[in-house]
Design a protein around this ligand. Structure first.
Ligand code: ME8
Length: 529
């Protein structure tokens, strides 16, 4: 029986489970950062979030990588899986569960799932001959290939394979998948990727091989120890076995009752077919609900080519973090790569963007306001922010922009959400320049009182920016809160409601002004001089 989801369904969000053939690169980090921003935003809304990430550790590609390193698959997997965990810590990733497909609990769930699909009559044995891309771990259609049978994603020749395998009867799910897409037009996101999925389905679904006789490093097929389960059939189930991490005796239906179906699988567009076609059919076969939404984001590219482990043209997230800091990395990629589309990285653009937005628009606005407050008001707010902004149209503008940001976050339009928040910073700076409180203070009397109120208005604006940008720049947001005289507990307890105007109260004492985001010196610029 299919467990029915209850109304208090958590927001179950997943990243891909990354292959451990090589350490993480900026592409892997990109999906995870985006997922983290979504998870943090949903938590701010008060949703119970289950944020799953992890590593995909079986298959030929990984066994070969281990050997090439002079290691064994288990040792190699431990090492690389740990590298992912370390990077996620350095990038402030707030995942709830980290699943490794070599976990024994995961293996038990995969076997149980396989048996359910088998019992449903959807697994059979047959010969298969085709062209295989080891980097994709996928048989390819000849039509997709470039010259010399090269894979279009990895630019490497595919190999001819003939095997006696177990097959999954995907073709049986042709109608059900068509119906799924009709009933849930939002199932594939962004909407422009829906066409691609519809075309695959319309072109007629072919059964696919779910075991390998030639690969030892995998979960044995329950009824035939001479074969291992195909790495994709194994890995997708990690999204469910992650839910069994606190169960003594892992059990598929128990795991499913802890939050399935997934609200959102966030993935790169390269693995859309697995998530939007194969996976829902596998779940239907096992009597389980398909995920609610699959979002395929674009690629980070280098010279127009997908940045990746297989091509070796990667950008090191560790280097970027140690050079520029976590907030800058998170902010740049979410703000500058239009979410859903491809985007190229350049160091110059990186430095210019984070300096302009984080150091100037936000950091400097806060810093110069705190400087004036220290000089003229002993760092203390003279009135409540609500009183200060009474009848002031500027406040309405801020309220409108915050709402815009919220709607963008809800629609997963992360780039637009960043833009809306930055716009609050822009209007804040314009307000500051128009009002010129520094000259009002010089006049004294009521002019001085007006200036003191204006500082409260600006600081309240920056406070709102801090909360609204916290899904993207959690550490920077906390540093801003600390400058405004709040404790870490107060910051951690904040919700999206705290983006309402009126948080700062009269009498609150601000911290000693310190820059919250240090400007990055442009090395190339310096060298050129
Ligand atoms: O495919 N730009 O793992 P993987 C943006 N194990 N995102 C990128 C990227 C790039 N240049 N390169 C990689 C697998 N990614 C399977 C997944 S899920 C059950 C199994 C991101 O390590 C993007 O999300 O090759 C892509 O889909 C994912 O990393 C692939 O990671």
């Amino acid at each position: 029986s299919t467990p029915t989801p209850s109304n208090d369904q958590p927001f179950l969000l997943t990243t891909p489970l990354y292959y451990v053939n090589a350490p993480p690169h900026m592409g892997s980090a990109y999906s995870t950062i985006a997922a983290d921003a979504i998870a943090r935003f949903q938590r701010l809304l008060g949703k119970k979030v289950i944020f799953i990430t992890g590593t995909d550790e079986h298959g030929e590609k990984i066994a070969t990588a281990a050997m090439a390193q002079g290691s064994t698959p288990p040792d190699h997997c431990n090492l690389i899986s740990q590298a992912y965990k370390t990077l996620w810590k350095d990038l402030d990733i707030s995942y709830d569960k980290f699943i490794r497909t070599t976990d024994s609990k995961h293996q038990a769930i995969v076997k149980e799932f396989y048996s359910r699909v088998l019992a449903n009559g959807d697994i059979y044995r047959a010969d298969y001959e085709g062209i295989y891309c080891v980097s994709c771990e996928e048989y390819k259609d000849e039509k997709e290939l470039l010259e010399n049978n090269c894979c279009p994603i990895h630019q490497k020749p595919c190999v001819s394979r003939k095997e006696d395998n177990y097959f999954f009867a995907l073709s049986k799910y042709q109608n059900s998948l068509e119906e799924l897409l009709i009933k849930n037009p939002g199932f594939v996101q962004p909407t422009f990727r829906l066409n691609e999925v519809q075309t695959w389905i319309k072109s007629g679904l072919r059964d696919f091989s779910i075991s390998r006789a030639s690969v030892d490093w995998g979960i044995p097929v329950p009824s035939d120890k001479a074969q291992t389960i195909y790495v994709w059939f194994d890995a997708l189930l990690g999204y469910i076995s992650a839910l069994a991490d606190d169960q003594e005796q892992p059990d598929l239906l128990n795991a499913v009752s802890s939050g399935w179906p997934a609200t959102l699988h966030l993935i790169g567009k390269d693995i859309l077919r697995f998530h939007a076609v194969y996976w829902p059919a596998m779940l239907m076969s096992a009597g389980l609900s398909p995920p609610k939404m699959v979002y395929g984001h674009g690629f980070l590219t280098k010279d127009g080519m997908k940045m990746g482990k297989s091509l070796g043209n990667t950008l090191e997230p560790n280097d970027l973090v140690s050079k520029f800091g976590t907030d800058a990395v998170r902010y740049f990629f979410l703000r500058e790569v239009e979410f859903g589309h491809d985007g190229d990285y350049s160091e110059e653009r990186f430095i210019n963007t984070v300096n302009a937005h984080l150091a100037n628009t936000i950091g400097n606005l806060l810093n110069r306001t705190l400087g004036l407050l220290k000089k003229n008001c002993e760092s203390t707010l003279v009135v409540d922010s609500t009183t200060a902004a009474e009848g002031n149209a500027f406040k309405d503008n801020v309220v409108r922009l915050v709402d815009k940001a919220r709607i963008h976050y809800e629609n997963l339009a992360l780039t637009s959400a960043c833009e809306a928040v930055l716009e609050i910073g822009n209007v804040g700076n314009s307000y500051m320049d128009e009002r010129a409180p520094w000259s009002l203070f010089k006049q004294g009397g009521t002019a001085s009182e007006t200036a003191a109120k204006d500082l409260v208005i600006i600081l309240e604006t920056v406070r709102i920016i801090a909360i609204a940008l916290s899904p993207v720049t959690p550490s920077l947001s906390w540093r801003i809160y600390a400058q405004l005289g709040y404790s870490k507990e107060q910051f951690d307890a904040a919700t999206w409601r705290d983006t309402n105007w009126g948080g700062l109260k009269g009498g609150q004492v601000m911290a000693q002004p310190q820059p919250v985001f240090a400007r990055i010196e442009n090395q190339t610029e310096v060298d050129d001089k």
